[in-house]
Design a protein around this ligand. Structure first.
Ligand SMILES: [Zn+2]
Length: 249
């Protein structure tokens, strides 16, 4: 479904918020942060400090996490990045809490945003995130300009070409097949189309992804194009994910 805010009354400028988030805690995250720095775009890095899916040498070390925390929000992403619904509840609860504790030790301050690994969660995990003290939790649902519930926040575009975007691309392209094909094949084109909609109607434009995936797909230039396009707009607020709690209210 396409979710967009209702148009603002004529004469008032719609409120536009841009946020970004980058998952997993990979050694390439500082490269991604350098691009955000260049374009002065806020963001949140969701980090699993002992991510089992990475070789230890590929994980962002504590010193790297601390350095990122000087300019960006650091968010919880569990301790080891396992699929929460596949874990017994007490283990899932510990994964959520232990990840938070490890990050708070690394950055020396509170970590209040969380992201469900792979976007997989149940109502119990929402409760565990709340009980651990998180005030915002991001999902992997896309195609929205409304952030939705604080502990099940929805995004706009993933920096990755998803095949399921086909029908949506056709709608966003006004049924023009060649335009739709570009939106379908090129996530950066899809992102620019969503940003144009956001400028027109207001809302939250939330771009998210993974530094390791951008690198594996050689998408750095694509990402830079999108960041350059959405950056530096005088009427746009650039905020970390934690500020969506307020923006979604
Ligand atoms: Zn992840």
């Amino acid at each position: 479904m396409t979710a967009a805010p209702t148009p603002s009354p004529s004469g008032t400028r719609p409120r536009v918020v841009v946020t970004t988030s980058w998952d997993d805690g990979h050694r390439l995250d500082p490269r991604l942060a350098a691009l955000l720095d260049k374009h002065r775009i806020a963001g949140t890095f969701y980090i699993a400090p002992r991510n089992r899916e990475f070789a230890p040498a590929d994980r962002l070390p504590a010193a790297g996490i601390r350095e990122l925390a000087e300019r960006y929000e650091i968010g919880g992403h569990t301790l080891t990045h396992q699929r929460l619904p596949q874990l017994p509840d007490p283990v899932a609860r510990d994964e959520i809490r232990d990840g938070k504790d490890a990050l708070e030790d690394a950055v020396g301050g509170p970590v209040t945003s969380f992201c469900y690994p792979r976007g997989e969660y149940t109502a119990a995990h929402v409760r565990f995130a709340h009980e651990a003290g998180f005030t915002l939790a991001r999902t992997v649902r896309r195609s929205s300009l409304l952030p939705g519930p604080a502990l099940e926040t929805v995004t706009t575009v993933n920096a990755y070409a998803h095949r399921v975007d086909g029908p949506l691309a056709l709608r966003l392209a006004g049924r023009r097949p060649w335009t739709a094909a570009r939106l379908y094949l090129e996530w950066d084109q899809l992102a620019l189309r969503w940003f144009a909609l956001c400028l027109r109607h207001g809302g939250v434009f939330h771009l998210w992804g993974h530094s390791w995936e951008v690198d594996a797909r050689r998408d750095w230039l694509r990402l830079e194009r999108v960041l350059g396009h959405i950056a530096g707009r005088p009427d746009v607020s650039y905020v970390p994910n934690r500020d969506l709690v307020e923006a979604g209210a």
